[in-house]
Design a protein. Structure first.
Ligand code: GDP
Length: 456
């Protein structure tokens, strides 16, 4: 999702991050491109204007322009701006698997009601089933699903099927009842049946009409929902934002659910939704299956949009893990071409600490694309890192300093010591030779520059 915007912004940032000192003009030009990219992604104009104005002061400030890595600074400012626009990031425990339930306020005397609202076809019924399934499977909650859509028997039946599939309770349909009657019966049944949560799936509407709005308001008065969620189809872009605004004017919503994110290449709705309504986005629907739902995390979405991976945490983690002096020492050796197997072993160890090759690449700007290609070609094997380290550890210090000593008999000993084959030992030696050659060629600013940058 959001590939289009991500690719565009990555382009802007590629231009910036490749540079040393930036002028105010450079930053302004980049901000103009960001503005266009956001508009093309269908983010509402006032939201874009507001966003650019907010980050502009910071981005063209003295601190950025005079800093050592101005491009990175601008990326971070845009990233943080996006996170803020999207409603801040989840707390650390919110990022756990329990995130779905942490998005809901379920306190209160059971049964508590969750009111689901939205236009017809937005994914309201499916989302009710998804959340209900999660609450039951993960939290052992007893959930009752009730459809209030008296105009569309098919909608009621669909919810009944979902209840059965997810092993949740379903309120039997009684012909001739009004939606308000059904809501009252659902709450009553919820209390009698010992349910924890009652989902009230309101009538889907094709447009917002006064009569249905009055009906929902009455239902809300009876059930006193702990959550009133508006489900909106992200594919409808600005219409979804408009719908949210109008619903919210009539009904005190507590949060938003954006569905069909799996098909949303632009992401404009997600970006403007929060800014326009002030409501938190709580969930993202990512497919038709019942487990295709995610707790919304601004940090993650901002990362995806920027195509920058988790650049901020990369920088933070790198400085925690890598000893700056060590990085500098290795960088110098690389330049001189005296990078030995000892050094390689240390590098492999540090890479492992940073989440292995896969973790490292995911976090590096622009590497997301490369990782996709590698994954397609069979993936980066982190086990390999460990094996390579084992081989190096099985060498004597002298051998590590001088790989030329490694003749057949020594290789056999090392292979046996590390539990690997001679072929694998050869592969590692070849990799080291290639790396050394490459480093000599690249000299300063290449790999060495990168190592230094990560350490400092
Ligand atoms: P309702 O009328 O608002 O209750 O909408 P439904 O729950 O019946 O959903 C309408 C259609 O959208 C169904 O075919 C769902 O399978 C599909 N749908 C719902 N959520 C998602 C989603 O997040 N991604 C995708 N791809 N399809 C979804």
């Amino acid at each position: 999702m959001f590939e289009a915007l991500g690719d565009k912004l990555t382009g802007v940032f590629d231009n910036l991050t490749g540079r040393g000192a930036l002028s105010e003009k450079d930053v302004s030009a980049a901000l103009r491109e960001i503005r266009v990219a956001l508009l093309e992604a269908d983010v509402a104009l006032p939201v874009v204007k507001d966003f650019i104005a907010k980050i502009k002061d910071e981005a063209v400030g003295d601190k950025v322009i005079k800093s050592i890595k101005p491009g990175q600074q601008v990326v971070k400012i845009v990233h943080d701006g996006l996170v803020e626009m999207l409603g801040g990031s989840l707390s650390d425990d919110g990022k756990e698997a329990s995130a779905i339930s942490s998005q809901l306020q379920l306190a209160g005397r059971p049964p508590v009601a969750i009111l689901m609202a939205g236009l017809q076809g937005s994914g309201k019924t499916t989302t009710s089933g998804k959340i209900a399934k999660f609450l039951k499977d993960r939290h052992k909650k007893k959930v009752l699903l009730a459809s209030l859509d008296t105009r569309r028997p098919a909608a009621m039946e669909q919810l009944g099927i979902l209840a059965e599939q997810t092993g949740n309770g379903f309120l039997p349909i009684v012909a001739g009842e009004s939606a308000v009657d059904i809501a009252a019966r659902a709450m009553d049944q919820g209390a009698k049946g010992g349910y924890d949560v009652v989902f009230l799936d309101t009538a889907g509407r094709t447009t917002i009409d006064e009569e249905l709005m009055a009906e929902v308001a009455e239902i809300a008065a009876i059930a006193k929902p702990v959550e009133t969620l508006l489900v909106a189809d992200s594919l409808t872009g600005q219409d979804a934002v408009e719908t949210a605004k109008r619903f919210h004017a009539q009904l005190p919503l507590t949060g938003l659910v954006l569905t069909r994110i799996d098909g949303d290449g632009r992401g404009g709705a997600a970006l403007s939704m929060r800014a326009v309504t002030g409501l938190p986005i709580k969930f993202l629907g990512t497919g038709e299956k019942l487990d295709a739902i995610e707790a919304f995390d601004a940090e993650r979405l901002a990362g995806r949009i920027l195509g920058q991976g988790d650049i901020v945490s990369l920088v933070e983690r790198a400085s925690e893990v890598l000893d700056a002096k060590e990085a500098e020492r290795v960088a110098k050796k690389m330049e001189k071409g005296t990078f030995d197997l000892d050094d390689l072993g240390k590098q492999l160890g540090q890479m492992q600490k940073m989440g292995g090759m896969g973790g490292l690449m995911k976090m590096m700007p622009g590497m997301g694309k490369m990782k996709k290609q590698l994954d397609a070609a069979g993936g980066v094997d982190d086990k390999l890192l460990k094996q390579q380290q084992a081989i190096i550890l099985s060498m004597t210090p002298t051998e590590r300093k001088n790989p030329a000593l490694l003749k057949a008999s020594r290789k056999k000993r090392i292979a046996a010591g590390s539990g690997m084959s001679v072929q694998e030992v050869n592969k590692l030696l070849k990799m080291h030779r290639q790396m050394s050659d490459m480093m000599k060629k690249m000299g300063k600013g290449g790999m060495a520059g990168m190592m230094q940058a990560m350490g400092g």
